[in-house]
Ligand binder design. Structure first.
Ligand code: SIN
Length: 278
């Protein structure tokens, strides 16, 4: 079966059919998938039912050989630390996974000097209503900036910090945030060569070298621009979906903070590491 790519209606992201992640991915298919990833930034592979952790790790490695376990070690899959369990179920009297991986706009692992290149989620059970993952196209948002704003952002860097977004895990000392790190405000995507905005409301603390009020004002202006409806897309999950996205091109937010607790949602999550930002 050959690869069938159907772009999402919102202008970024695409469904990919003709891939079976229960089998090894050939070199030719690998190249096609990287191409599609560079073009669409979010790929959805429906109907990948019954995958095990080894297969999800192998599918993740298609998009980059290096992977890393999440810093929240308590939610690692018991058989495979590279897989983190997201779930609102209980296992006995303990959470079966992390209930809310981040109901706030962010780009994964931007709080480390080498952020995540890509993130993969695999849906084991999902609610009929709610639990969507929302995405924002930071490449299109960059393209539409005025030339004056592009020139203003050119060469700027910003500080990122995990605990900038308040969370119980930090407040209770269960997890320590890595120290602040610096990234360019605009990144050139290593696959597509296109530029994208690389600051997010959750992890970006301030723009380096600017007075605090100027930095706050500039970030606010950029966030308001990015979060316009025209750059956004809501991904509604189906069981068996594998979804992978490019963290250098989009930001995302979970919506699980507001998920009805009677609706069960369990996904596996992997992080595909990236190199330093430029
Ligand atoms: C994430 O932020 O990585 C998880 C998104 C989700 O659970 O919808």
């Amino acid at each position: 079966m050959s690869l069938n790519i159907e772009p999402f209606e919102r202008g970024f992201g695409a469904y990919v059919r003709g891939v079976d992640f229960s089998k090894p991915v050939s070199d030719a298919l690998h190249d096609e998938l990287i191409d599609a990833f560079g073009t669409h930034h979010i790929l959805s592979f429906p109907d990948q039912h019954g995958l095990g952790t080894d297969e999800v790790v192998a599918a993740s490695r298609v998009f980059g050989p290096e992977m890393e376990p999440h810093v929240f070690t308590q939610y690692h899959h018991p058989d495979e630390p590279l897989v983190m369990v997201l779930s609102n179920r209980l296992k006995g009297d303990k959470p079966a996974g992390l209930k809310d991986a981040g109901s706030f706009w962010h780009s994964d692992v931007a709080y480390k000097p080498e952020p995540a290149k890509a993130t993969m989620l695999y849906a084991l059970e999902v609610p009929d209503v709610g639990g969507d993952t929302l995405f924002c196209d930071l490449t299109a948002a960059y393209d539409d900036l005025s030339d004056t704003m592009k020139a203003r952002l050119d060469g700027l860097k910003a500080w990122h910090f995990y605990a900038h977004q308040k969370r119980d895990l930090f407040e209770t000392g269960q997890v320590q945030s890595p120290p602040e790190c610096l990234h360019p405000v605009v990144r050139t995507n290593p696959i597509s060569g296109r530029k994208a905005i690389y600051i997010t409301p959750s992890y970006t603390v301030r723009i380096d070298g600017l007075p605090e009020d100027e930095s706050d004002q500039l970030m606010q202006e950029i966030f308001e621009h990015c979060l316009q409806d025209k750059y956004r897309m809501d991904y509604h999950w189906h069981t068996g979906d594998v979804l992978v996205w490019d963290n250098a091109a989009v930001m995302h937010t979970a919506t699980t903070k507001n998920l009805d607790p009677s609706k069960h949602r369990t996904l596996w999550r992997t992080i595909i590491s990236g190199g330093p930002t430029f």
